[in-house]
Design a protein around this ligand. Structure first.
Ligand code: ZN
Length: 204
């Protein structure tokens, strides 16, 4: 949860996590915008590996955008934050274990740090550094998506193309949100039932 009573004079870490299509980036953008409305200084970062929308903005699947720095490594962040009171970091799963120490240092220095990223890869393994960030953060939001097969709450990213890379950057078509029951990391077939259901709906 985002704190309703905000600490004064200290920093903290908020983590927004969940599977693909759970609205992590939207939630990050919402929090950053609220800080901007309050005239707080913000700095937003995302790894350069994520070039799925614009060159220098954080974009969600819903089309919202936020100006951001593209970085290769987490160690670049301290030199770029300037006097920002609020620091947002998207796609944290690409920034590696060194992000944990950087986030801690920023929070220790009195900044509000908001980190968004995938908590699991498509095989269901914890995606570093999110497990470590969850451990050291004050506030955690785990978003659920909706299972694209059965409509239940979903916390897994199902890959629907058979490839080895741990994450397929900028290829949201290669994933579906799935619930525990419908998720199978060894089966790369896309949702059959939903297409079937869609046809029925359009016929009636
Ligand atoms: Zn399901």
């Amino acid at each position: 949860m985002t704190p309703s009573l905000q600490p004064v004079g200290v920093g903290w870490i908020e983590v927004i996590t969940g599977c693909m299509f759970s609205g992590k980036t939207e939630e990050l953008i919402r929090r950053i915008r609220r800080a901007q409305y309050a005239r707080q200084r913000v700095a937003v970062f995302k790894p350069g590996i994520d070039n799925r929308y614009a060159e220098d903005s954080v974009g969600s699947h819903s089309g919202q955008r936020l100006r951001s720095f593209q970085i290769e490594r987490a160690v670049e962040i301290p030199a770029l934050v300037g006097d920002a009171e609020v620091v947002g970091i998207d796609e944290a799963q690409f920034l590696g274990p060194e992000l944990v120490e950087i986030a801690e240092r920023l929070a220790n220095g009195g900044r509000r740090v908001i980190v968004a990223g995938l908590d699991m890869d498509y095989r269901g393994n914890p995606f570093e550094p999110l497990p470590q960030l969850l451990a050291v953060s004050e506030y955690i939001t785990k978003n659920l998506a909706i299972c694209m097969v059965c409509g239940n709450p979903a916390d897994r990213s199902q890959r629907v193309v058979n490839r080895d890379a741990r994450f397929l950057v900028g290829e949201s078509d290669a994933y579906e949100a799935r619930c525990r029951r419908c998720w199978d990391p060894n089966n790369f077939e896309p949702r059959q039932e939903r297409l079937h259901l869609g046809q029925n709906l359009s016929e009636t």
